[in-house]
Design a protein around this ligand. Sequence first.
Ligand code: GDP
Length: 460
Amino acid sequence: MSDSDTRDRPDALRTPIVAVLGHVDHGKTSLLDKIRGSAVSEGEAGAITQHIGATAVPLDTISSIAGSLVDPDDFDLPGLLFIDTPGHHSFSTLRSRGGALADIAVLVVDVNDGFQPQTEEAIDILKRTGTPFVVAANKIDTTPGWNPQEGEPIQVSYEAQSDRASSRLDENLYEIIGQLSDSGFSADLYWRVQDFQGNVGVVPVSAVTGEGVPDLLTVLMGLSQRYMKDQMAIDVEGPGAGTVLEVKEEKGFGTTLDVVMYDGTIREGDEIVVGGMGDPIVTEVRALLQPKPLAEIRTEKRFDRVDSVAAAAGVKIAAPDLDDAMAGAPVRVVRDRDRELVVADVESELAEIEVETEEEGVVVKADTLGSLEAMANALVEAEVPILRAEVGDVAPRDVAVASTAAEAEHQVILGFNVDVLSNAADELEESDVRLFHDDVIYQLVEDYETFVEERQRAQQ
Ligand code: GDP
């Protein structure tokens, strides 16, 4: 295939999927909003496309934001698809076959605050999954050394030598580069981007003024084009593959799946296999839904039906029998393949995430497969045995199972990011089962350990 063929069929290369991570309050949400806002303020129709759970920013829009830095003729990836839910919890939950769903990540670091616990955690996850990332050194508008005059570049030396720092901003940026280096990465500062190198890019930005956003988009686009092009080559017409972001009740459609498709195409009427609580679910796509354009969103019907969706894209799938589907689980289109083979494929992918359980231990509930796995890992590390681990809200059955534990310290349910069904709350009241729930894993484990220690002390 010649280059021109590739350009005539840009769908042959899919859009890279981008996730935004970082410590709480460092500006993840604001940065995503700013990227969407900058795209929209470019004013063209189709400047961005709102998907289910994700926003697509096409190459042309990136090019008009970045100006001469991104010449569309130099790129053949179609743009960037940003996952709308920021945070490393959603990042580690979202897997695709054998890795992270996101192809590339933006690690947001408050330039005044530097690395914080969740920054370190995010770096660990990025390292473990081998995900390339760019650091957005955010909130530069609040740091002395910032020059708000339009078009005035900040004087930042390109070498990571803190003795050359000439302002607070410089110092803070060097500090981040030093911290990256402590984590095993060499870093380059990209300000008024001229060129890309293979190291981790640190891009000074402000999610409030928008300074640096063009540079950030340029670096993301450049890294994707240079280092990820081969991985983006997909068989667009092939059977679709995706990951469930959320299982949601939707008026008029019953239980639906919010899915990010990263391979092939899914069509209305397709037979699909979805990872479920028990055996994989085999069902048929009744409808594919996308959000209506913002202007029409106030009308009662919030979705448009589409015939098909090609990767990479976020889409809502309506189909029968989805009640037991799990967030974080794979979705596969069967199409012209053997259904049993596809089921086996989904089973083996789920088995990778399955948690080791024992005869005696605690009950664990989590909101997604990925978080269940993370919970289980944390408990194994803390030497807490697990009797049962499942995705989903705390149900009466969980109380019944937890109460069968022989040891009182195992008559416990640990719930991560889940609700307690009202009938389960009643049963909890009447039983000796203790419930701990939180949306921070280490907190949950710590609370449980404290409980065990206090019990032991009371018994002495
Ligand atoms: P998240 O928890 O990482 O999603 O952080 P948010 O996006 O919610 O931002 C936390 C706070 O920092 C909010 O009050 C934002 O308005 C503020 N903030 C975020 N980015 C910037 C920035 O670039 N400059 C300034 N001055 N404030 C920011």
